[in-house]
Design a protein around this ligand. Structure first.
Ligand code: AMP
Ligand code: ZN
Ligand code: FE
Ligand code: FE
Length: 282
């Protein structure tokens, strides 16, 4: 069993990288990838724990990107996670997030909510800090009852404490991952458009830019949707990937990719590794 889409405490997940590796090992997984938002800072810990436990850990990342007027997520797999250009590209996202978090907190303070950057930092801990952490802070302070309410009332686009943030154009993100020897993969296409009608048009754009794969296996992509994604992956000569997008126990009823509908075939990982080796040797 494999799971190539997991979030740790280095972004908005609630389990540390080593904990995710231990959990995967206990459940008899053979390979995982931790794809934290905008950061690879948990990768070293995950790989060290993977070596200890005898579980393959593929370096991963998930970036928010745009193309024309569409916003979506791009996954990166198997890149040299210590590559200096990759790290400075990710650093730019962190700097922009820091500025934005500061502005959001100040907006909240103007609304009479006594939240501070220090509190946000201590709640977020290591790695990336984003709106999900601010939402948790608002829940902890009893300003709202749920994370969802925090977004609706304060944090979502057009809400009273919303601040946009810098994101990369998809071509820049593809290059950041590709130039570091990794494989850029389109994440959960169903979130772009449930009917998938617009997907071929997007792939016509992204494949010439260097897109190498598409996330076919995903909790909300089943039956006919999965079949269509698999068909398109084949048609565009793209690798298939898959994962649960597990964020820890913060989202109830979610877990790693185990069981009916969500078992990801091991051979996807073998194909990914073949493609990575080929990329490295050519
Ligand atoms: P950020 O990258 O800081 O802008 O935060 C974006 C993240 O917030 C997304 O990846 C979602 O996981 C989360 N998010 C966005 N909208 C909501 C919502 N309405 N309820 C809960 N989480 C949300
Ligand atoms: Zn997330
Ligand atoms: Fe995503
Ligand atoms: Fe994700």
């Amino acid at each position: 069993m494999i799971d190539l889409h997991l979030h740790s405490t280095h972004s908005d997940g609630t389990k540390a990288p080593a904990e995710l590796v231990q959990m995967a090992k206990r459940r008899n997984f053979t390979a995982i990838s931790i794809t934290d938002h905008d950061t690879v800072s948990g990768t070293g810990e995950a790989i060290r724990e993977g070596d200890k436990q005898g579980l393959e850990v593929i370096p991963g990342v998930e970036l928010s990107v745009f193309n024309a007027d569409r916003h979506f997520h791009l996954l990166g797999y198997g890149m040299d996670w210590q590559d200096s250009r990759l790290l400075s590209g990710l650093k730019r996202l962190q700097v922009s997030r820091d500025e934005r978090n500061d502005k959001i907190i100040r907006k909240l303070q103007k609304l009479g909510i006594m939240a501070t950057l220090e509190e946000l930092q201590s709640l977020s801990g290591v790695g990336q800090t984003g709106r999900p952490h601010i939402a948790r802070l608002l829940v902890n302070k009893n300003i709202v009852k749920t994370i969802d309410q925090a977004f609706t009332k304060y944090l979502k686009k057009d809400a009273c404490a919303y601040i946009p943030r810098f994101i990369y154009h998809v071509k820049e993100a593809i290059d950041l991952i590709g130039d570091a020897g990794g494989l850029p993969v389109l994440a959960h296409p169903v979130q772009l458009d449930r009917s998938l009608e617009l997907l071929p048009e997007l792939l016509d754009d992204l494949v010439p830019m260097g897109l190498r794969g598409v996330e076919v296996y995903y909790p909300t992509q089943r039956g006919k949707i999965r079949q269509k994604l698999s068909y398109l992956a084949n048609k565009y000569d793209l690798l298939e990937t898959g994962g649960s997008d597990y964020h820890g126990d913060i989202r109830s009823g979610t877990t790693m990719a185990v069981g009916k509908n969500m078992t990801i075939p091991d051979h996807l990982c073998e194909k990914l590794n073949q493609a990575l080796n080929y990329t490295k040797n050519n």
